[in-house]
Design a protein around this ligand. Sequence first.
Ligand SMILES: [Zn+2]
Length: 374
Amino acid sequence: MNKAYKFRIYPNKAQIVLLEKSFGCARFVYNYYLNKKKELYNEGKTNLTYKECSKDLTQLKRQKEYLWLNEVDKDVCQKSLRNLDNAYKNFFNRIKKGIKPYGFPKFKKKSGKNSYTTSSTSVRFEGKYINLPKLKKVKCKGYNEIQGRILSATVSKSKSGKYFVSLSCELQENEYTRYHQTGKSIGIDLGIKDFAIFSDENQGTVQNPTFLKKYQKKIVREQRRLSRKIKGSKNRSKARIKLAKIHEKVANKRLDFQHKLSTKIVKEYDLISTESLKVKNMIKNHNLAKSISDAAWSEFARQLEYKSKWNDKIFVQIDTFFASSQICNVCGYKNEELKDLSIREWTCKCGVRHDRDKNASINILNEGLRILSK
Ligand SMILES: [Zn+2]
């Protein structure tokens, strides 16, 4: 079992210089070989493999003008090549499966997400410090939660200028505890107005947290402020960091909300059934609120999935279209009128009165159970 941990680190000035160098090397290697691959592709030649790139990189690092690539942990360049290779593989996979957007690998920008990965065995904890190759001891937070053997570490910098480490760790069977089995199942319908509607009466409905709305106004205001600052000025970069900090705050709060809810659900239920986003998106309704909730749902589903896996619980995502909100969960009658999304409540011809979303969540549970029994 692999687990991932992310926590903040507090590098000193000298370490920051080295971190920035490492980000630079990772970015350079990625872009250099992406460019090579693109050139070859345009000439109609076959793709460069990871092995060929790796061999070429060894030569490159010996050349005088590229000697600076040797100043950082040697894993940095190698892992960056691996990332490029994975980006290509994902791209080809998406084409094969017809998943849009295909997302052709893009060049990395300095202003984008800065990160590098190392799998060196020298990554370890010493008190309140994490030991990273070349950097030596870096002050950190959250180290006491880490369990298992460290497989790799990714160091990153957020847009507001904070540094983080994400660790991927391997845990043995006896190294982690699981939640108890409860014998209970639940269906979850994810909505825009309410975040989640449950088939279990005891759970009630979880509304979308209001703090997001509050911060949304703040973001719009700061964005306007930023756009008025002169390009390249100190004030502009200050305004940019201020805006990035608010974005981060919102992202953290949202993540915290999702984690609390997904942990609660996985703790209380053995079987969790939801609809996949692919199904959700069959109802075309593209606007900002929709795209925000799309992102929130997929992160929530991702958490439910891995937490279920960690705790020997079952997570089902219904992948094929079935009219969860149109079918009466009691008699099975399909009411086509419910294609009209504004109908929130209805009475079936069998006499049962339904709340639209509640009924959908019960159907989602039943469909999940049906899939599993096949
Ligand atoms: Zn009915």
